[in-house]
Design a protein around this ligand. Structure first.
Ligand code: 6FW
Length: 136
């Protein structure tokens, strides 16, 4: 059996390996590890739906996701990117207080994400320069 403390230590270790969070001091990583939740998705699940209201930031802990976006004049959204362990998504709607700008779909055999809500994102992550300067 794994204790809550072991889980917390594992989460801090993983957070330290995420490029976006690499320069954060341990006390901030510990705060993120305290507030994050773990979500599991099956293949084909829409983790994020383009156009929806959203209040969550995601970091991939296991598996791979597909990012797709609606193209004017086409019925089917087009794949724009794939992301895997250590990469993040969902920051855009939080930074701009706007709707989701793309779909994010779980690929086989499933996906585990660490999630942070808007309030914790604002106080712990949203100020990072990498996020503000990002230009896809
Ligand atoms: C893209 N155009 C848009 C991605 C994540 C991090 C980095 C690429 Cl450093 P949201 C939908 C999310 C959005 C982004 C993500 O999809 N995303 C894109 C694009 O070319 N969104 N508009 N590429 S994946 C990605 C690089 O995180 O945030 O809250 O939800 O709008």
């Amino acid at each position: 059996m794994k204790t809550g403390l072991q889980r917390q230590e594992e989460n801090i270790k993983f957070l330290r390996s995420v490029p976006l969070l690499q320069n954060l001091p341990t006390d901030k990583l510990a705060k993120i590890a305290d507030v994050l939740e773990v979500d599991f998705y099956h293949e084909g699940d829409f983790i994020i739906r383009e156009g929806a209201v959203g209040d969550t930031f995601f970091i991939i802990n296991k598996g791979e996701v597909q990012v797709t976006q609606k193209i004017a004049g086409f019925d089917d959204p087009k794949e724009i990117r794939r992301l895997d362990r250590g990469q993040y998504f969902g920051e855009k709607a939080l930074l701009s207080e706007d709707r989701r700008t793309a779909n994010v779909i779980a690929l086989a055999p499933g996906v585990e994400c660490l999630t942070v809500d808007r309030e914790s994102f604002n106080s712990l992550i949203g100020d990072l320069n990498e996020l503000k300067e990002k230009d896809y």
